[in-house]
Design a protein around this ligand. Structure first.
Ligand code: HEC
Ligand code: HEC
Length: 358
C-alpha cells in the first residue's frame, strides 16, 4: 500500500469513526439493523463480464509505481490556478458547487477517491492522458469534456453541462493540472479500477448480502441509502435507491463495482475483501432498484436489449419477483440541491426510512 493511500485511509477511518459516533448519538442508526431483504435472486451470473473501455493493462505495475500528481499547495496563482481550484471544488463537493447538473447525493470524489488523485481509484490524471478515445458506450471518439458530460448524466443522475460550460472547463483544468508531467498513455499505471479475474464461483446474491451486512452496513445503511449529517449533507453516499447513480452509470456494471469495491472499500480497509466477496457484494448492490437509465427506450426489455445485453448488468432481470428497471420513464430532471433536505430532523431523528423519490 502506498504511503498516500495509507495516509488517506487512516484519515478516512478516523473521520468515519467520528462521524459514525456522531450519527449514532443522533439516533441515525436506529433503523439500521438487518432488514429482511430479498433472498431469491439472480445467482446465475456467469463470471465472464464483457470488458468496458477501461480494461486495465494485464500486468499492473502497482500503485506504488504510479505517477504522483503535484501537491495541492502547488496550484498556481492567477486565472489558470483559479480554474483549477474551482474544478477541485466541483469534484469534491459536486451537489453544492454544480447544483444545476446534479440529481443525487453523490460527489465525483465518492467514486474517485482522494479528490481524484488516488491510483487504482480511477484517478483524474490518468483519465486526462487517455482522451480522446473511442468508447463502446458512445460508439464514437469521445473528448475529455464529453467524458465528463457522461459522468453528470449517469453517475450523478443529473444533466450534462453543455460543452464549454464553466463547470466542464474547471473540471478539465483540474484534471490537466493533476496530470502535469504525466505521459500521454491510456495504459498509464494506476488508471481505472484494477480489474478482477472472473470469480471462482458465480457471484451470488445471498452471499453478497452477508458480505454487505458484515462490512458495509455501518456506513451505507441496511437500505443502501447512505447516511446524512444533521445538516443534510451526505456523509456516506447512497449505493442504491433514488439518491444514487442511475442504471446507465459505469458503477452499475457488476465488474466495475467489484473492481472499485475490492480496491477501495470498506473505506478504511481496502483490499481486505477476497475477490469472491467483492464480486458477491457487487452483485448484491446492483440487484437493487435505482433511477432509470436516461437512455430508456420505452420498455425495460427494449432498454436491456439496446444497452444492457450482458451478464454484467442486472437491469431488466428479475430479483425477488421484481424486474429491475421497471420504474417507468426517467423522472424529469430535478436538481438535488445540497441545501438541508431535512432527511434528518434537527433532533437527529430520521424523517423517512429511506431516501424516497422526493
Ligand atoms: C457512482 C460512482 C461515480 C461517480 C459519482 C462519478 N464517477 Fe467517474 N467513473 C466511475 C466509473 C465506475 C468509471 C469507469 C466507467 C467505465 O468503465 O464505464 C468512471 C470513469 C470516469 C472518468 C474516465 C476515467 C478513465 O480513465 O477513462 C472520468 C474522467 C470521470 N469518471 C470523472 C468523473 C467526474 C468529473 C465525476 C463527477 C461529476 C464523476 N466521475 C463521478 C464512477 C463514478
Ligand atoms: C467506514 C465507512 C464505510 C464502509 C464500512 C464502507 N464504505 Fe463505501 N464509501 C464510504 C465513503 C465515505 C464513500 C465516499 C468516498 C469519499 O467521498 O471519499 C464510499 C463510497 C462507496 C461507493 C461509491 C459511491 C456510491 O455511492 O456508489 C461504493 C460503491 C461503496 N462505497 C461500496 C461499499 C461497499 C460494497 C462496502 C462494503 C464492502 C463499503 N462501501 C464499506 C464509506 C464506507
Amino acid at each position: 500500500m502506498s504511503a498516500a493511500r495509507r495516509q488517506l485511509y487512516l484519515g478516512g477511518a478516523l473521520a468515519a469513526l467520528v462521524i459514525a459516533v456522531g450519527l449514532y448519538a443522533g439516533g441515525v442508526f436506529d433503523n439500521v439493523g438487518r432488514q429482511a431483504s430479498a433472498r431469491r435472486a439472480a445467482n446465475d451470473l456467469t463470471g465472464d463480464p464483457t470488458r468496458t473501455e477501461l480494461a486495465a493493462p494485464a500486468a499492473r505495475t502497482g500503485a506504488s509505481a504510479a505517477f504522483q500528481p503535484p501537491a495541492e499547495s502547488e496550484i498556481p496563482a492567477g486565472e489558470f490556478g483559479d480554474a483549477v481550484r474551482r474544478g477541485r471544488e466541483i469534484f469534491v463537493d459536486t451537489p453544492r458547487a454544480a447544483p444545476a447538473y446534479v440529481g443525487n447525493s453523490l460527489r465525483c470524489v465518492s467514486c474517485h477517491l482522494d479528490a481524484g488523485r488516488l491510483a487504482d481509484s480511477s484517478p483524474l490524471w490518468a483519465a486526462f492522458v487517455s482522451y480522446p478515445a473511442y468508447r463502446s458506450k458512445t460508439k464514437s471518439i469521445t473528448t475529455f469534456q464529453q467524458r465528463l458530460q457522461g459522468c453528470f448524466e449517469y453517475s450523478m443522475n443529473g444533466r450534462a453541462p453543455p460543452l464549454g460550460a464553466p463547470e466542464l472547463v474547471a473540471l478539465e483544468s483540474y484534471a490537466y493540472w493533476l496530470a502535469s508531467g504525466a505521459t500521454l498513455d491510456p495504459n498509464i499505471a494506476g488508471r481505472g479500477y484494477p480489474r478482477l479475474a472472473p470469480p471462482a464461483q458465480m457471484a451470488d446474491f445471498a452471499r453478497g448480502e452477508t458480505v454487505y451486512a458484515d462490512n458495509c452496513v455501518l456506513c451505507h445503511g441496511a437500505d443502501g441509502a447512505g447516511q446524512r449529517a444533521p445538516d443534510g449533507y451526505a456523509v456516506f453516499p447512497a449505493l442504491w435507491g433514488a439518491d444514487s447513480f442511475n442504471w446507465g452509470a459505469g458503477m452499475g456494471r457488476i465488474s466495475n463495482a467489484a473492481a472499485f469495491v475490492k480496491a477501495n472499500m470498506p473505506l478504511a480497509l481496502p483490499g481486505t475483501l477476497t475477490d469472491q466477496q467483492a464480486w458477491d457484494v457487487a452483485l448484491y448492490m446492483n440487484s437493487h432498484e435505482r433511477p432509470q437509465d436516461p437512455r430508456y427506450t420505452g420498455s425495460v426489455q427494449g432498454t436491456r436489449q439496446d444497452f444492457h445485453a450482458t451478464e454484467d448488468s442486472m437491469y431488466g432481470r428479475e430479483v425477488a419477483g421484481k424486474v429491475l428497471g421497471a420504474s417507468g420513464a426517467p423522472k424529469p430532471f430535478k436538481a438535488r440541491s445540497a441545501e438541508p433536505e431535512r432527511l434528518i430532523t434537527p433532533n437527529g431523528r430520521r424523517l423517512f426510512d429511506k431516501a424516497e423519490d422526493r
